[in-house]
Write a protein that binds this ligand. Structure first.
Ligand code: PLP
Length: 217
């Protein structure tokens, strides 16, 4: 797969769903990928990327930002409160706000720094013990709490259980977003982004289908 192929598949999925072409943002998930591969995609003109670790992003993106204009990097992985300050300056959006303590820390830092990345609240739609995110039943209260903290809440994010049909989870996330008046949905990865688009994804997070398999060392 290449960036062009993925873009064509996105456009087709948008049309099939009766959605406006261009209404889905493609986050190219560059975690663990060698810099040459990321640079190749930057040279093709793509500017929106996703990383799941603060440390890794800090080592990679400042240099790329010096070389290429208009880069946006979104944090899509878990954020420890002690890395929140660093995350505030590295990312244009944080998709993994998953607990009140983190929301409170981000709000305090936003006050202090005078700006804040866009915030997505992660919902554990599969209610999995080992997965981050608030439970679906707690999502409405968490949205309200984050709004009361003046965080710029854009939308919701989920990572469905690997062994279940993702569409059920995408539909649940869309429903929670709608009843809370949230317009952005971060859902869908390499294996299921077309299904996510069909259910209203505004931000899809695609890694291996663009860059190839990740070689973890
Ligand atoms: C790694 C990752 C992705 C991308 O996964 P692919 O299957 O390679 O597309 C998407 N979302 C999150 C949260 C990830 O950690």
């Amino acid at each position: 797969m290449s960036l062009e192929d993925i873009k064509q598949r996105i456009e087709k999925a948008e049309k099939d769903a009766g959605r406006k072409v261009g209404s889905t943002q493609l986050i190219a998930v560059s975690k663990v990928q060698p810099n040459e591969r990321v640079e190749a995609v930057l040279k093709e003109g793509h500017r929106l990327y996703g990383e799941n670790r603060v440390q890794e992003a800090a080592g990679k993106w400042p240099d790329f930002r010096d070389q290429f204009d208009g880069i946006q990097v979104h944090l899509i992985g878990p954020l420890q409160t002690n890395k929140a300050r660093q995350a505030m300056t590295l990312f244009e959006a944080i998709h993994s706000v998953d607990r009140p303590k983190l929301a409170q820390t981000l709000a305090r830092l936003a006050q202090e720094l005078g700006n804040c990345p866009d915030v997505f609240l992660q919902v554990n739609t599969g209610e999995e013990d080992r997965k981050a995110g608030v439970m679906p039943a707690d999502a409405d209260a968490f949205v309200k709490e984050c709004r009361d903290l003046d965080l710029p809440v854009q939308g919701l994010m989920c990572i469905p259980p690997v062994d279940e049909e993702p569409s059920l989870h995408f539909a649940l996330l869309a429903k929670i977003a709608e009843r809370n008046g949230l317009k952005s949905l971060s859902m869908g990865m390499s294996g299921d982004f077309e299904r996510a688009i069909a259910l209203g994804a505004t931000h899809i997070r695609v890694g291996s289908a663009i860059f190839g398999e990740r070689a973890y060392s």
